[in-house]
Design a protein around this ligand. Structure first.
Ligand code: PL3
Ligand code: FE2
Ligand code: FE2
Ligand code: FE2
Length: 222
């Protein structure tokens, strides 16, 4: 058990940036699931339920900042999520469902689960309770994408693989920019990467990729 001073200025500056990224990520996730609900009629209600959970997560993480008396740094977070968000929107407008599903359901959800998992042991007691509940929800989101991509695997395998390679690079850029802030709140960013790669690999195999191909896709990311 590490001792963390949640009231040091170093902690507070870093938390403000991380909290901003989490709030922006959850806000985008809510929009993304709403857009997917419009595009995938047969799953409309399920996707709207996932969107509502994301909106709730955003509010809950705002509450975590408020508990500590910290305001989230939103401009940096907006800039960091811009590429993933715009790739999501452009693909969906062009009639593609695979890329948006990979970006939100696979990559962003795996990233969130890995990061939140590493945050748990260093979170303040209030945020810890919230984060544990959020992690359970994120597994439902990942599971939705896993089922959808598995059902479309035969025709879309190459698109999925290409999309993972491109968007994983985008995601690693976010993590690199957050590296020092993560260290300052007690998270080892290398552990986030390791958890992400392991979860992502398991998910690719569950979708239908052979072990070697799954490993190659993940390895290309780092
Ligand atoms: C999907 O439901 C949400 C996507 C959010 C992305 C989160 C990225 C996390 C970056 C590092 C966060 C450490 C956890 C801190 C929590 C206040
Ligand atoms: Fe979420
Ligand atoms: Fe861990
Ligand atoms: Fe989610």
């Amino acid at each position: 058990m590490k001792t963390i001073n949640y009231y040091s200025s170093a902690y507070r500056t870093a938390f403000s940036h991380i909290n901003g990224v989490v709030i922006m990520g959850e806000t985008h996730a809510a929009q993304h699931f709403q857009k997917l609900a419009k595009a995938i009629h047969q799953d409309h209600d399920e996707l709207m339920a996932l969107a509502a959970m994301e909106a709730r997560h955003a509010r809950d993480f705002v509450g975590c900042g408020r508990e500590l008396g910290i305001t989230a740094a939103i401009p940096m977070a907006r800039r960091l999520f811009q590429p993933l968000h715009s790739h999501f929107c452009t693909a969906l407008k062009g009639g593609c469902l695979v890329r948006p599903m990979v970006i939100q359901g696979l990559i962003i959800e795996c990233f969130a689960i890995a990061a939140y998992h590493c945050y748990l042991p260093v979170a303040d007691p209030y945020a810890k309770k919230i984060t544990a509940k959020v992690i359970d929800d994120e597994h439902l989101h990942l599971n939705y994408a896993e089922r959808w991509l598995k059902a479309n695997f035969a025709e879309q395998q190459e698109v999925i693989a290409e999309c993972c390679r491109t968007e994983l690079a985008t995601t690693m850029t976010i993590l690199k920019e957050l590296w020092q802030h993560l260290v300052a709140i007690g998270i080892d960013p290398a552990e986030v990467v390791a958890e992400f790669v392991s979860l992502f690999n398991d998910t690719l195999i569950a979708i239908g990729f052979h072990q070697n191909r799954a490993r190659a896709i993940g390895a290309a990311a780092i």
